[in-house]
Design a protein around this ligand. Sequence first.
Ligand code: GDP
Ligand code: GDP
Length: 455
Amino acid sequence: MVRPVVAIIGRPNVGKSTLVNRLCRSREAIVHDQPGVTRDRTYQDGFWGDREFKVVDTGGLVFDDDSEFLPEIREQANLALAEATVAVVIVDGQQGVTAADESIAEWLRSQPCHTLVAVNKCESPDQGLAMAADFWRLGLGEPYPISAIHGAGTGDLLDRVLALLPPKDEEDDEAEPIQMAIIGRPNVGKSSLLNAICGEPRAIVSPIRGTTRDTIDTRIEREGQSWRLIDTAGIRRRRSVNYGPEFFGINRSFKAIERSDVCVLVIDALDGVTEQDQRLAGRVEEDGRACVLVVNKWDAIEKDSHTMPMMEKELRAKLYFLDWATMLFTSALTGQRLESIFALAALAVEQHRRRVSTSVVNEVLKEALSWRSPPTTRGGRQGRLYYGTQVASRPPSFTLFVNDPKLFGDTYRRYVERQLREGLGFDGTPLKLFWRGKQQRDAERDMARNQNRMG
Ligand code: GDP
Ligand code: GDP
C-alpha cells in the first residue's frame, strides 16, 4: 500500500524538526542539501497507533521582507503538498500570529489537502489553550496546542491526523509494485546490471508525481511481482554530464533510498568496500530499508573454492551494520546470478513487511531474559524489561517497555536485537527497537492499541 503523506510546514524555528523527530523517532530531521540553496524536502517514516505514513518536512518556509514566499520555497512547498493528504502547519504559540503565518494560511486555504494548525511551545496546559485560541483567526479550523519538546498535546494532534488519512486497505499490499533502488558508487556496474536485468530498451518508464522531472522509474515484472526500479535515469545519466570522475551523486542516492522499499547496494568485487559504500550502507540502515548486497564483477576475480567465503567475511567486516543483509556475488558481464537479485529482494521485502503478534514477541523476550538478565548498575539498580510489542512494519519496529531505558546499555540492547532476529527471522531487513520507560504517559495507550490490533 502506498503510505499517505503528512506534510509539516511552517516558518523556521517554530519547532518543525522537533515535531518530526518525535513522529519518526529516527535520525535528525534536518538535512541540509547544499549550502546557499533551499533546504531540501526530506521524507521519513512516521507511525502512530496502527498507522504508518510518510512525513515530509518542507524545510522551513522563508519569506522576504513583505512576508511573501520566496518563489523557490513556494515551489518546494507546492511539491510537498501535491502529494500530502494532511498538512500540519506549525506556529509558535509564544510569538502569537505573525504576518508570515497569515501568508502561509492564505496559501494553505487554496490547497487541496486537509490542514491542521499545531500551536507549538505551549508547555503550560492552561495558558496553552489561551495561546492557541489566538490562531483561530488563521481560518484553518481548531488550533491544537502542543509542546513538541515535551510531547504534550502531540497525541491528540496525531489522533486527528490519523482520522483524516484514507482508510487503511491492507489488501492493497500485494498489488503495489515493490520499489527497488539500485545504488552504489560510480563504476561498480549499476547501469550494466540494470541493462542486464531489464533488457534494453527498457519496458515502461514513468515520471513520478511530486519528484524532480528527470527522475525516471522503470516498471518490470519478475518473480510474479511488479517492481518499480527507482530513478533509473540517475543511474544512466552520469556519463552524459560533465562532473569530475570523483563526482558521486550521494544526495541523489539518498533520495532513491528514501523512496525505496528495498535497496540493492552494488559493491565492486575488485575494489572491496570503500568509505562511500559504507556511507550508502549506513543510510540504508538508518532509513530502515530492506537490502540485498550485490558484489559485482565476480567474473574478474581469480578464485578457488575458498575465495567466496573469505571475501564475504572481509566485506562483511566493513559492513557490519548490514549483517542482516544477504550477500550475492554477480557478474553483469556474464549474467551470473542476476535473476537471484529479484528473488532475494522479494524475500527481504516480505520480511520488511512482516508483523509478529505481541504474544510471540514476548515469548522470545522472555527466553532472552532467562538466558541473560539485564545489567545492574553499581548502585544496585537493575534494568527490567516488562514487555514488548511490534508497533510498525517497514521496517519491523518494536517498542520495549522497561523500567528505565538508561539502565540498558548498548551491549544488552544488541543482545536483545540478536535474540529477536534469532527467534523471529527477519533476514534482509533492519529492525528498529525503541526502549521506553514505563512512566511515559502514552506507553499504556500504545500497548492497548497494539493489543487490540494484533491480538
Ligand atoms: P524548525 O526550524 O521549525 O525545524 O524548528 P526546530 O525544531 O529546530 O526548533 C526551533 C527552536 O524551538 C529550538 O530551539 C527548539 O528547542 C525550540 N522548540 C521546539 N519545540 C519547542 C517546544 O515545544 N517548546 C519550546 N519552548 N521550545 C521548542
Ligand atoms: P555504474 O557507473 O555503476 O553504472 O557502472 P557501469 O555499469 O557503467 O560499469 C562500469 C564499468 O565496469 C564498465 O566498463 C563495465 O563494462 C564494467 N563492468 C560492469 N559490470 C561488470 C562485471 O560484472 N564484470 C566486469 N568484468 N566488468 C563489469
